[in-house]
Design a binder for this molecule. Structure first.
Ligand SMILES: Cc1ncc(COP(=O)(O)O)c(C=O)c1O
Length: 382
């Protein structure tokens, strides 16, 4: 059977990883500044992570959500302690799309309304309601198009106000730093006004922290740079360091009812063990401090590269914008310099999403390679 061919693939086959490096079948070392798409938070094959997952799978990998699971409670308490999001409640699922799907569903249950406001170049995953909340028509099937969604420009506060005042909007969903779109951020006043408008109009404010959460932005959540109180916060990616796990933090104003949400695999024992070991490593190794130090170092070096026109994002969720499309540059970095980086729907942006354990020597290594790769790209063009 052949594979359903939906992914354009680089010709690299990683077979193992250690911290910020992955290794192919021939033993070639690659510096991973992509983190497998912002997923590897505490580093590949982190010893405590391997130990936690191994121990748990040897005891009990899975049982259903029909029985007590103290690991879920422990995970919820640890997220509360590290994030500072007091009194929120946790619902666990398996991916970012599922987290947003549940967030949107909950917003609709709570308000009794069904229209969603989302923003241009946003991305929230590929399940039915989540995928409809994007302006990328290539990924919306006719079956998803039945959702009622209005897409506005980031910073269009008058547009948000006019739509919310129509009275039929259940949720505004926003990435505080756009991931797939290319690291754009709205203004502070915009986010803070949206929060107030949501509260005035019985609309749920959903912070999609699937990519920006878990310390990647330099704070536990990117929304914490602003004076806002989201009703629902969606999380996934870095949460399991590669083990599939997602969730939503739900404001206490939203009341749970039996059967309202549910999933077979969500919050299973193995996922919780992985998730707990990630939070322990973030705390024990002061990884959020490391994010801020490494981010400042990265930005300083990026400022010295004349071809970099704009440095975007925060923490270790960064983008370098050039005045040309970066596809060729990414290939040079992978094949000639053995460095993984990311792309974005803004094709001029090179995305940097390393494990939060990255150190100065790795960042210096990247910039030495970038200077050479930029020269190689120029030679190819001539
Ligand atoms: C902000 C954001 N939300 C949601 C998703 C969807 O997550 P998943 O691919 O785990 O479904 C992504 C994935 O890139 C994302 O970046």
């Amino acid at each position: 059977m052949s594979l359903f061919n939906v992914y354009p693939l680089y010709d690299v086959t990683p077979v193992s990883g250690k911290d910020v490096f992955v290794y192919d079948e021939k033993g070639t070392e690659y510096l991973d500044l992509y983190g497998g798409h912002a997923v590897i938070s505490i580093g590949h094959a982190h010893p405590k992570y391997v130990e936690a997952v191994t121990n748990q799978v040897s005891k009990l990998g899975f049982y259903s959500n029909a029985v007590q699971n103290p690991l879920q409670v422990e995970l919820a308490d640890k997220i509360e302690a590290l994030s500072g999001c007091k009194d929120y409640e946790l619902f666990l699922c398996n991916s970012g799309a599922e987290a947003n799907e549940n967030a949107l569903k909950l917003a609709s249950f709570k308000t009794g309304k069904s229209r969603v406001i989302a923003f241009k170049n946003g991305f929230h995953g590929r399940t039915s309601a989540a995928v409809a909340a994007t302006d990328n028509t290539n990924i919306i099937a006719p079956i998803n198009a039945q959702q009622k969604v209005t897409i506005l420009e980031l910073n269009d506060i008058l547009g948000v106000k006019a739509e919310l005042e129509k009275g039929d909007v259940c949720a505004v969903i926003v990435e505080f730093i756009q991931g797939v779109g290319g690291l754009d951020q709205a203004h502070t006043e915009f986010f803070e006004q949206v929060d107030l408008l949501c509260k005035a109009n019985n609309t749920m404010f959903i912070a999609d922290e699937v990519q920006s959460g878990y310390g990647r932005s330099g704070k536990f959540f990117a929304f914490q740079y602003y004076r806002v109180t989201p009703d629902i916060i969606s999380i996934a990616k870095g949460m399991g360091n590669g083990f599939p796990i997602g969730g939503i933090l739900i404001h206490p104003d939203i009341e749970a009812k039996f059967g309202m949400l549910g999933t077979t695999f969500g919050g299973n024992h193995l996922a919780c063990a992985a998730g707990l070991s990630v939070l322990n490593a973030i705390e024990d190794q002061s990884l959020m401090d490391n994010v801020n130090t490494m981010s400042a170092y990265f930005i300083k070096l990026a400022e010295s590269i004349p071809q970099v026109k704009k440095i975007k994002g925060r923490g270790l969720m960064l983008g370098l914008e050039f005045d040309f499309e970066v596809g060729n540059l990414r290939k040079k970095l992978i094949y000639n310099h053995h460095i993984f980086t990311g792309g974005a729907s803004n094709k001029k942006v090179l995305r940097i999403l390393p494990p939060l354990t990255v150190r100065k020597e790795h960042i210096s290594m990247f910039f030495e390679a970038l200077i050479e790769a930029l020269a190689e790209v120029e030679l190819t063009v001539e």
